[in-house]
Design a protein around this ligand. Structure first.
Ligand code: DAH
Length: 365
């Protein structure tokens, strides 16, 4: 058979192939190890150079045209099969809805929605950042250079690889890198909260390797500690739905704030349980450490590309799981992530319980 007739026969049969199996058989027949086109290719080696010069291009062109014909027929067969499937498949949408809604909103999600609602009212936007971070955003730009002891305290999960810029990759140990990312991307002024997952290699009744934080950041002109205190007080009063939330600011240290303050909240004893509210110094009352905060260190503002003589700000970070436990009375953090349906039914929220300030952020109707 000549190359030309082999070619025209192949194209004719391929075009007529009715399904994927027939097409595959033809592929094997022509292009498989023992196939006729493959056989022709093998003859090239035994030809004289002159013969190869005339026959070579013909044989290669034949192989190409058979390959192309197979591909386009395959596409047509697949498209027809999909068309037929779409035409014959139907969805029965008439199944009755379950008697009671199933599933519930996890308390962590609910609290994050409450935070967004409260802070939106104060003019804060919600910002996000990646959970897989690099050590520049997670540490260096937050004024924790390579040798800083605070790095060791973070029990970081590192990845074996570095990014294109040679930075070590890690699971973010806090939401603070979102401060840097937002300042770099948006400049100033800024008012954001950044809720999200964070990771540390730590595990017991009050620590899980993954947990949640919310970061707050305000950058503007003439910002001072008074703004920080008012903001936290307003937030905590709205969140715990009590007007008598009392804060105590204690000097502390974080590399990314200067000065740094630890914020304690007064609690009182209600039926053997510590409930936030009231003056922690009153008899029978006490103070509970709740969050870290401070005035953003001018080095951090510089790292983020802003001029610290022009822009100042405050920041805070707090555990979202902790806030949920305190507000809704769960005492074991590990249960948050067990996925036990009974726990979720008990502590979870209905999807209809959207937090709103007018209804009291955490109200269950
Ligand atoms: N990033 C800190 C942590 O994970 C929490 C924190 C403290 C955040 C003080 C802040 C801050 O923004 O100002 O322990």
């Amino acid at each position: 058979m000549t190359i030309e007739s082999l070619g025209s026969e192949a194209l004719e049969r391929i075009t007529a192939a009715g399904d994927a199996a027939a097409l595959e058989a033809l592929r094997v027949e022509y292009l498989g190890k023992q196939g006729s086109v493959s056989g022709l290719l093998k003859t090239l080696g035994k030809m004289s150079p002159e013969e190869r010069q005339t026959e070579g291009p013909k044989i290669h062109a034949l192989r190409q045209s058979v390959t192309d014909a197979l591909a386009s027929r395959k596409e047509a067969i697949d498209a027809a099969a999909l068309e037929q499937q779409l035409a014959s498949e139907t969805f029965d949408l008439t199944l009755p809805a379950p008697e009671r809604p199933r599933g519930s909103v996890h308390p962590v999600s609910q609290v994050m929605d409450e935070l967004a609602e409260i802070f939106a009212d104060l003019g804060f936007a919600v910002a996000t950042g990646p959970e897989v971070e690099d050590d520049w955003h997670n540490f260096t730009a937050l004024n924790m250079p390579e040798s800083h002891p605070a790095r060791a305290m973070h029990d970081t999960f590192y990845f074996p690889d570095r990014d294109e810029e040679g930075r070590r990759m890690l699971l973010r140990t806090h939401t603070s890198p979102v401060q840097i990312r937002t300042m770099v991307a948006e400049g100033a002024p800024l008012r954001i909260i950044a809720p999200g997952r964070v990771y540390r290699s730590d595990s017991d009744a009050t620590h899980t390797p993954m947990f949640h934080q919310v970061e707050g950041l305000v950058i503007d002109k003439g910002i001072h500690l008074g703004h920080l205190k008012w903001t936290l007080e307003t937030f905590l009063k709205a969140f715990f739905e009590r007007d008598d939330i009392v804060l105590r600011l204690r000097p502390s240290y974080f590399p990314f704030t200067e000065p740094s303050v630890e914020v304690d909240v007064g609690w009182e004893n209600v039926g053997g349980r510590r409930v936030l509210g009231g003056d922690g110094d009153a008899p029978g009352h006490g103070w509970m450490e709740l969050l870290g905060s401070g005035m953003v260190n001018r080095r951090v503002i510089e790292f983020a590309g802003l001029d610290p003589d022009e822009w100042q700000g405050f920041a805070f970070g707090v555990g979202v799981d902790r806030l949920a436990m305190l507000k809704y009375g769960m005492d074991d953090l590990r249960a948050f992530f067990d996925g036990d349906i009974r726990w979720l039914q008990h502590y979870g929220f209905s999807a209809f319980d959207q937090p709103t300030l007018s209804a009291g952020v955490g109200a269950r109707p």
